[in-house]
Design a protein around this ligand. Structure first.
Ligand code: HEC
Ligand code: HEC
Length: 323
């Protein structure tokens, strides 16, 4: 068993500088245009073996945290046995394999990188705050209390997942891949045709998902039970990066079933359909830090909301390089 073995120290030292921003001439808050997230030599995250969660009270808490991530709805959904706080989706719907899958929006970097400054809130955020964000946005609901057993358990699980990751490091393959920006606007009509052909069988003709009893077998991608318009997936870049590597279900980064352009078009289509709205006027106080594909103004530049949402993004990036 070598699941707990750390990546060789030399590898971590050698990649010490990879997270430094490339010198692009963008103004200070603006993120550099994405290089493919995993073109670096960072060590890949070694997922700890769940059979090694100890048989102790702390181990039970970790197992409960994992269970809450995988089957959130059973505990905290509309008919949840602990408290009805969220929309019926599971964290695992977007953080695949309970947040452990390579490029499946996993939690490998969470414990090593929080608390951290996040521009959306303009504050240094704890893991509690970050988890609460996904409850309020991705699960369109409310977060469990910060001192509840549920919150404590999810954090214990993320801590255990990250136990082999040195503080401050982001292993290769964590989170969602940043795809290259396409040179044309993402096309909702083309995305709609792809959706019908490749996605509707599981996610429903109207994006409503498929339920067995009270739980979704296939989660909704739009409509009243889906993530709201303040969620991370509502940004085209996040949606495209997630589906490129993981959808249709069974696709992997090694054997994708979509091209990058198809992933962007699907993102444009799905994120043009109706879904719950959340007031997010307090987000992104520093406009220069707003991601360029954030679909709601105001912006630090003069491009319209439509272009920020669908692209083409390059002219926006170019304009930001002007002194
Ligand atoms: C609809 C999809 C979706 C669901 C459901 C969802 N999340 Fe997320 N989550 C995301 C996306 C996308 C990101 C990355 C967003 C970004 O960087 O803007 C994210 C980021 C996170 C992060 C930060 C990861 C990091 O490395 O910085 C945590 C922690 C997290 N989610 C926890 C949860 C928990 C706990 C739940 C369930 C209560 C949940 N999420 C449900 C989509 C989702
Ligand atoms: C064979 C069934 C299947 C097909 C086909 C499929 N998906 Fe999924 N999709 C799933 C399942 C299952 C999940 C949740 C994974 C989990 O909970 O482990 C999911 C999750 C998602 C999510 C994140 C959760 C949510 O509901 O927002 C998105 C977005 C998504 N799929 C988009 C797509 C797109 C776009 C396509 C077409 C290219 C597609 N899927 C095709 C089964 C499928």
């Amino acid at each position: 068993m070598n699941e707990f073995r750390l990546p060789p120290l030399a590898a971590w030292l050698a990649i010490g500088a990879v997270s430094l921003p490339v010198l692009t001439g963008l103004h200070p808050g603006q993120k550099a245009p994405p290089a493919p997230a995993d073109s670096t030599d960072r060590p890949r995250w070694v997922v700890p073996d769940i059979r090694r969660i100890p048989q102790t009270p702390e181990g039970n808490l970790i197992r409960y945290g994992r269970e809450l991530i995988a089957r959130t709805s059973d505990y905290l959904g509309p008919a949840g046995k602990v408290r009805p706080l969220s929309n019926g989706m599971n964290c695992q719907n977007c953080h695949l394999d309970a947040g452990t899958r390579f490029l499946g929006n996993n939690y490998g970097a969470v414990y090593a990188t929080y608390p951290k400054f996040r521009a959306r809130s303009g504050t240094r955020e704890t893991i509690v705050k970050r988890i609460s964000d996904c409850f309020e946005r991705s699960l369109n609901g409310r977060a469990p209390d910060s001192t509840s057993r549920e919150m404590t358990a999810m954090i214990a699980y993320m801590k255990w997942l990250g136990s082999g990751v040195p503080k401050g490091r982001t292993p290769k393959g964590t989170g969602v891949e940043k795809l290259r920006y396409p040179d044309r606007p993402a096309d909702p009509a083309a995305g709609g045709r792809l959706y019908t052909a490749k996605c509707a069988v599981c996610h429903g003709k109207n994006g409503e998902g498929i339920k067995a009893g009270k739980s979704f077998v296939y989660p909704p991608v739009w409509g009243p039970d889906s993530y709201n318009d303040a969620a991370g997936l509502y940004r085209l870049s996040n949606f495209a990066g997630f589906v490129k590597n993981n959808m249709p279900f069974g696709a992997t980064p090694e054997a994708p079933q979509l091209t990058d352009e198809e992933a962007w078009d699907l993102a444009a289509f799905v994120n043009s359909q109706p879904r719950p709205h959340k007031d997010q006027s307090g987000d992104w106080k520093d406009l220069r830090q707003k991601p360029i594909d954030f679909p709601f103004g105001p912006y630090a530049d003069s491009f319209p909301e439509k272009q920020h949402k669908y692209g083409p993004y390059r002219p926006i990036l170019e304009s930001l390089k002007q002194p």
